[in-house]
Write a protein that binds this ligand. Structure first.
Ligand code: GH3
Ligand code: MG
Ligand code: MG
Ligand code: MG
Length: 299
């Protein structure tokens, strides 16, 4: 299996300090650096970082403030932070750990000790990422699960509300899937769910949408900053791609292959609207699609 190097961000106002630490770690990790707290905060918003080595005394924002800011933001709160500081008082160490750092190393430091601590904390980070990944993924199909969708959905609703942008949702339901299970057996039903999930994911590869298993034989697609036309296009592409899998469904009555009915809704969030109203609208579209004969998309 290909192993991707983890990324360490070194934050220090002294370029000499940065280069000492960089030389120590660059054979094992990807290294990024920032020479101020402000620079570090903007860098972590755009680049993936696994661990931060943070100086305390810096002009502008000091290390404690940077640490507190990182720990208060959802996107950055799980990045482990190790202070590397010449402030060697136990009170400083206490302040650093209280600000949310996982460790505090005194300068001058011993190279091997820094290397070992970085290695240990990165190892823990790897397992935490793995656990998080497992808890947010649907075990059967490998795509995002309902829990992950709900989390992303509520953030996307808030973001769209702030930006005044439209948000789109597709609800996709396999037609006569109960008959499929009855006819082919539950295990083959599981295989079918995996294939459909794969086709849906492939249909939006490279775009900013999220496909998740909504429950049972229902899937959901979240489309940030979209128009109704775009959402309908993506839904239609998904409907066709699933039918093109040519999974035989002799008990369907709609088509010889497995098909989907799809409900689409796009709206600009409003502060007077509940976040679920978009999903309810898509659900109404799905109901219409079923009612009008299935294997179709409706808004
Ligand atoms: P409709 O076209 O109206 O959606 O009909 P349907 O039969 O697809 O809908 P219904 O809600 O009656 O049945 C859904 C079926 O999906 C019933 C359930 O056994 C099956 N199902 C749900 N989750 C799984 C799963 O994880 N694996 C398998 N094999 N089947 C599942
Ligand atoms: Mg400094
Ligand atoms: Mg259903
Ligand atoms: Mg169904």
């Amino acid at each position: 299996m290909e192993t991707v190097k983890q990324t360490v961000l070194i934050v220090d106002d002294s370029p000499v300090n940065i280069s000492i630490i960089r030389r120590m770690l660059e054979s094992d990790y990807e290294i990024q650096y920032a020479t101020s707290g402000e620079e570090a905060l903007s860098l972590v918003m755009v680049n993936h970082v696994d661990l931060i080595l943070l100086d305390v005394m810096m002009p502008g924002l000091d290390g404690f403030e940077v640490c507190k800011k990182l720990k208060s933001q959802p996107f950055t709160k799980n990045i482990p932070i190790i202070f590397v500081s010449g402030m060697c008082d136990v009170e400083d160490e206490k302040k650093g750990l209280e600000a949310g750092a996982i460790d505090y190393i005194f300068k001058p430091f011993h190279t091997t000790i820094v290397k070992m601590r970085v290695k240990n904390h990165l190892e823990l980070k790897k397992y935490r990422d793995l656990l998080e990944n497992l808890s947010l993924r649907d075990g059967l199909t490998g795509i995002a699960n309902r829990r992950y969708f709900d989390e992303v959905y509520s953030k996307a609703w808030q973001r769209a509300l702030c930006k005044g942008e439209a948000l789109g949702v597709l609800l996709l339901d396999i037609d006569f899937f109960k008959h499929y299970n009855d006819y082919y057996g539950h295990l083959q039903g599981d295989d079918c769910l995996r294939l459909v999930a794969g086709a849906l994911s492939n249909s939006i590869k490279g775009s900013k949408g999220l496909v998740a298993r909504y429950g049972g034989e229902e899937f959901v697609v979240l489309l940030p900053s979209t128009t109704l036309e775009e959402a309908l296009d993506i839904g239609e592409k998904m409907r066709k791609n699933v039918q093109s899998l040519k999974i035989f469904h002799e008990a369907s009555g709609v088509c010889e292959y497995v098909t989907l009915s799809i409900g689409v809704a796009v709206m600009k969030p409003d502060k007077d609207l509940a976040a679920r109203s978009l999903l309810e609208k898509a659900d109404h579209g799905l109901y219409q699609a079923k009612n009008k004969g299935r294997n179709q998309i409706h808004c």
